[in-house]
Design a protein around this ligand. Structure first.
Ligand SMILES: *[C@@H]1O[C@H](CO)[C@@H](O)[C@H](O)[C@H]1NC(C)=O
Ligand SMILES: *[C@@H]1O[C@H](CO)[C@@H](O)[C@H](O)[C@H]1NC(C)=O
Ligand SMILES: *[C@@H]1O[C@H](CO)[C@@H](O)[C@H](O)[C@H]1NC(C)=O
Ligand SMILES: *[C@@H]1O[C@H](CO)[C@@H](O)[C@H](O)[C@H]1NC(C)=O
Ligand SMILES: *[C@@H]1O[C@H](CO)[C@@H](O)[C@H](O)[C@H]1NC(C)=O
Ligand SMILES: *[C@@H]1O[C@H](CO)[C@@H](O)[C@H](O)[C@H]1NC(C)=O
Length: 400
């Protein structure tokens, strides 16, 4: 009897394995061709966009290193009201495109822009929850996490913007938040996306991390927690994993960080206007995995004060960049003619006002600046007043 049960279970397992292999084979083949095959959905549209009021379509963008990114196109359902051109919204580190759709409809930038007549595109980075994965690697494999921020600059953002441009035949109104601003500034410095953007609104803009005041981020950087974890072979960083807990433990043991009180303000600065009933939502969506090397590159920039490419160490830097130190992204080459709005906060511990001032002094053009003295990092996306304080001015800036 027991033996028979075991045997039946074995058979089931085998059947499942074959089914999974077939599905995977199908998936990889379907992905490799990208073009017209209907895609399996990642669930973004179903979870975040009401099908009654909006049209939401999901598309796949392949990067040259084999990542299969998901982007969503959101519009109001009546084509006559969609007439302001494409906008592209790019989230921060350890997040995905949900960032723009977590507040009530009237208070979420994605829906405000769709209501106002934009064709809204939501970008999702390779590590986001809502992606199609990779041509060869699963998220469980180390190779999947073998990339740094430079790869987002070189691959993810240019690929997504080229895709949108090819679809809509117009440059986009770009909105970036946090790492979404860093990446835009760096890709613009490289010249790869200059023709694809008509105006850029950067929320919590980061063009260097020299003056960062976040007790958590500075402690983690100066304790070289990133190096420790990289050396111990960690490739994926997930805040909820054992590694994440070790990271927290080491950093919180530092005397500068008080993790007992609201960890979030230790990381972002004291948010004035955070909707407290949304904290659990924010924690859920802002704790997605990223690569250890992406975090390491952030920590390198905190330590060096430079807005630079990945530091591989002297010897490998010489091989890779022909210099002892990694080259900096030079934001001064961003065309002065590109209209830029910088929205930043006085209490932002990650986009410190001194770093923002340094960024402004390096830019060739004169960006518009929206300074919100009470705002810290999370207020820009989760603040109860963000729609009035930040999003309405963005819409005015785009229409001006
Ligand atoms: C929304 O979808 C419907 C049904 O597919 C279509 O008829 C309509 O044109 C779409 N609207 C826009 C703005 O794309
Ligand atoms: C990640 O996406 C899956 C669907 O692909 C969903 O079921 C899950 O809730 C998402 N997790 C988070 C933290 O968003
Ligand atoms: C990561 O990529 C580099 C090349 O960029 C390669 O030398 C190294 O072997 C890779 N490591 C893993 C674990 O895939
Ligand atoms: C651009 O769009 C056309 C038509 O929609 C499509 O056939 C082509 O594959 C697209 N090219 C890229 C690089 O996405
Ligand atoms: C805070 O978020 C909740 C949803 O979690 C929402 O119902 C409420 O209106 C928000 N409060 C403010 C002041 O925006
Ligand atoms: C948020 O907006 C409300 C009214 O819209 C205003 O009374 C309140 O002072 C604002 N809060 C902050 C911190 O700006």
């Amino acid at each position: 009897m027991l033996e028979q049960q075991v045997k039946m279970r074995d058979e089931k397992v085998i059947v499942w394995c074959i089914a999974i292999l077939l599905l995977q084979g199908f998936h990889v083949r379907a992905s490799a061709q990208v073009t017209n095959l209907p895609l399996p959905s990642t669930g973004f549209c179903e979870s975040f966009v009401s099908p009654i009021s909006y049209n939401c379509t999901e598309m796949m963008v392949q990067t040259h290193d084999g990542f299969l990114l998901a982007i969503q196109r959101i519009t109001t359902s009546n084509p006559l009201t969609v007439r302001k051109g494409p906008a592209f919204l790019y989230h921060g580190i350890m997040e995905g495109g949900e960032t723009w759709a977590l507040n009530a409809n009237d208070d979420s930038l994605a829906f405000m822009m769709a209501n106002s007549g934009y064709e809204v595109w939501i970008g999702n980075t390779r590590s986001s929850n809502y992606t199609f994965g990779h041509l060869k690697f699963t998220r469980k494999e180390k190779e999947f996490w073998n990339w740094s921020w430079d790869d987002l600059v070189k691959s993810d953002l240019p690929s997504m913007l080229q895709y949108v441009n090819n679809y809509s035949k117009q440059p986009v109104y770009y909105v970036g938040y946090s790492q979404g601003t860093m990446t835009a500034l760096a890709s613009l410095s490289e010249g790869s996306i200059t023709a694809l953007i008509s105006k850029a609104a950067l929320l919590s803009p980061i063009g260097s991390l020299k003056y960062i005041t976040s007790p958590f981020a500075s402690a983690a950087s100066y304790l070289f927690v990133d190096e420790i974890l990289l050396l111990s072979g960690v490739a994926e960083f997930s805040a909820n994993s054992d590694v994440g807990k070790r990271f927290l433990d080491i950093t919180c043991a530092s005397s500068q960080v008080d993790c007992r009180h609201e960890l979030i303000s230790q990381i972002t600065g004291t948010n004035c206007c955070f909707n407290t009933s949304q904290i659990s939502v924010y924690n859920k969506y802002s704790m997605q995995s990223t690569s250890m090397r992406n975090l390491a590159q952030m920590a390198q920039m905190v330590r060096s004060g430079r807005f630079s490419m990945y530091d591989h160490g002297f010897w490998n830097n010489v091989k890779k960049y022909s210099s002892l130190f990694p080259p900096e992204y030079d934001v001064s080459v961003i065309p002065a003619t590109l209209p830029i709005l910088l929205a930043h906060g006085g209490n932002d511990a990650l986009a410190d006002p001194n770093d923002v001032a340094a960024l402004i002094s390096k830019l060739a053009g004169s960006p518009q600046v929206l300074y919100l003295p009470k705002y810290a990092h999370a207020d820009f996306v989760m603040g109860t007043n963000a729609s009035q304080d930040v999003y309405t001015p963005i819409l005015e800036f785009f229409q001006a």
